[in-house]
Design a protein around this ligand. Structure first.
Ligand code: FAD
Ligand code: DLZ
Ligand code: SF4
Length: 510
């Protein structure tokens, strides 16, 4: 008989490892210490995944395919995937182990050694739940001087016939990004996110996580994520009706105490397999054809899934394992303690970290232009920043987190993901949010104790990294502005930055 291992982010009925399963096979799912602690995942992320795993196992069993399910606190639990596969293989007459390829490189490396360890053939099948395979992405990338998401995305639109007219993209242009940068309007009533009531299974997992993962980051309660495919589908529905129409307009906007904005909150469901990317894309496209959502919203949303999501995965598999070690800007500063505590007087950072801690979620622009922007211009160590992002978000897996952090946020890959660093001063945050109104610092003040730290850190970043960035054609304007500043102004920038860094190093509440 065959042993089919289902990983925690493989909660999909049509999984490649299951497609020829027969009655006699052993299906195995296990909650293990190694996966739950290789980084100290947010408590909510563990509750979400363990509960979703338990519900998925129950569904398979109800459909007549019983699963050997090992709970985290099972006294026999060896604590590792290989340990559990070994245990199962000794209890049953197993001729082969079958698994769908794990989504993270570290686990693929480990699994390559399993066959020898087990003395059994281990077959690793392709994960066909993505819309572009690593091989297809490599073929697309082959021979290109520069990789750019926009061209990849256009090819994907053509390949899957999404938002296409016979003679080109619907609406006459591929990209409506310019229409998706509205600052937050006053008086917006942002709809609440989908809430699933925690059932007995989820309650059990909450109790487990409370005792076994007490030292992990994040608030355990309230817990309202979907944990079944049915619920995830409802969450998608809620997004399509309540939020999609304004998704485009306010994609980059941030409002104090509005963590969910008009985003979809489905990343965690897509990444563990409860939702499939094409169904989300097609349902959004249908909303455009039905006239319930405008093109700039639908195109913007589809670009995230058909474009960015597939693109970052392509980059990950193209560039790993070297990608993980990149540090183009040689950034070394340790992660400040306030990334864990939210104890900072920078209101934007306090908001985004507090919401991350509460929800295991922050939307894209908070991750990129507040939390990531600070990490970039303060020169934070890429390993520390990657570890933080990988553990704090419920949707985080290395294949998607690493290119976003190392590439998009930190420019640590020297320009593979993006053509220039996404560095910004307080002016950007002030324009796209209402955070600054409740801040001790002033976004319009450039230097001195009341100045917004993003203002002088931005220029100090440019100065520190001039040798690596000033020949970048997209940075010409910035460096010309810097060159036009007098010595006194430049000295003020450097003094402010040094004072700020010393205060962080001393653990002061900056
Ligand atoms: P929406 O804004 O509603 O977008 C819809 C979907 O598009 C998302 O669910 C996601 O599947 C996809 N998507 C959007 N942007 C990206 C992107 N840049 N890369 C890949 N997919 C994208 N996304 C993750 O899934 N896991 C991560 O660990 C992760 N880490 C990130 C770290 C940083 C520093 C940044 C800047 C972005 C990161 N993202 C990550 C991308 C993006 O921020 C999240 O996918 C998104 O915020 C999830 O919320 P949502 O479902 O409401 O997304
Ligand atoms: C993220 C995660 C966690 C927290 N726990 C488990 C687990 O106990 N068992 C399991 O099979 N998978 C878990 N996962 C998901 C895996 O880490 C994921 O499959 C790999 O990182 C590959 O993407
Ligand atoms: Fe953030 Fe600066 Fe605005 Fe304060 S003033 S909220 S630190 S951007």
């Amino acid at each position: 008989m065959k042993l089919r291992l289902i990983l925690g982010d493989q909660l999909t009925m049509s999984l490649s490892s299951l497609n020829d399963a027969t009655d006699g096979d052993v299906l195995l799912m296990c909650e293990v210490r190694t996966e739950a602690t290789y980084v100290k995942h947010h408590k909510k992320k563990i509750v979400f995944l363990f509960s979703a795993m338990r519900h998925f196992a129950q569904l398979l069993s109800n459909q007549g395919t019983p699963v050997q399910y090992v709970k985290y606190d099972d006294p026999e639990n060896s604590g590792s995937l290989l340990g559990e596969v070994t245990r199962m293989a000794t209890q049953h007459d197993i001729s082969e182990v079958i698994v769908t390829a794990p989504a993270e490189h570290r686990l693929q490396v480990e699994m390559a050694l399993w066959s020898d360890a087990l003395g059994l053939p281990v077959t690793i099948r392709e994960d066909d739940r993505f819309l572009c395979s690593p091989a297809d992405f490599a073929a697309w990338a082959e021979g290109r001087k520069q990789l750019r998401m926009e061209y990849f995305y256009r090819d994907m639109r053509r390949k899957y016939s999404v938002l296409m007219d016979p003679d080109g993209p619907i609406g006459g242009q591929w990209n409506f990004d310019a229409e998706n940068r509205k600052p937050p309007a006053t008086g917006l009533t942002v709809p609440d996110t989908y809430h699933a009531p925690p059932d007995a299974i989820t309650q059990d997992v909450i109790a487990l996580v409370e005792t076994q993962f007490a030292d992990h980051f994040g608030d355990l309660l309230p817990f309202h994520f979907a944990v079944t495919r049915e619920q995830a589908f409802l969450a998608l529905d809620t997004f399509l009706t309540d939020r999609l129409p304004l998704f485009g307009d306010y994609q980059d906007a941030m409002i104090q105490d509005e963590p969910w904005m008009y985003h979809s909150h489905i990343g965690l469901y897509l990444n563990c397999g409860l939702l499939a990317p094409l169904e989300c894309i097609q349902r959004a496209e249908a909303a455009y054809h039905d006239g319930t959502a405008p093109l700039n919203a639908v195109e913007g949303f589809i670009r995230q899934i058909l474009g960015w999501r597939e693109y970052v995965r392509g980059i990950y598999w193209l560039k790993m394992p070297d990608y993980k070690a990149l540090n183009f800007l040689d950034a070394k500063r340790p992660l400040p303690a306030f990334y864990w505590t939210a104890d900072t007087q920078m209101n934007c950072m306090r908001q985004c970290i507090t919401e991350t801690k509460q929800n295991a979620y922050a939307h894209h622009i908070q991750r990129l232009m507040v939390l990531g922007n600070f990490a970039l211009i303060a020169g934070l160590d890429p390993d520390a920043v990657n570890e933080w992002y990988l553990l704090v978000y419920a949707d985080a897996y290395e294949w998607v987190e690493l290119p976003n952090v190392t590439g998009m946020v930190l420019f640590a890959d020297g320009g593979t993901m993006g053509s220039k660093p996404y560095a910004a001063s307080g002016t950007y945050i002030n324009k796209m949010s209402n955070y600054c109104g409740s801040c001790r610092y002033k976004p319009t003040v450039k230097n001195g104790p009341t100045a917004c730290p993003f203002n002088y850190l931005y220029w100090d970043f440019m100065d520190r990294n001039a040798a690596k960035l000033n020949r970048n054609p997209r940075m010409g304007m910035t460096y010309r502005t810097y060159a036009g500043m007098d010595d006194e102004k430049r000295a003020a920038i450097s003094d402010d930055a040094q004072r700020f860094f010393k205060a962080i190093d001393r653990g002061e509440n900056v």
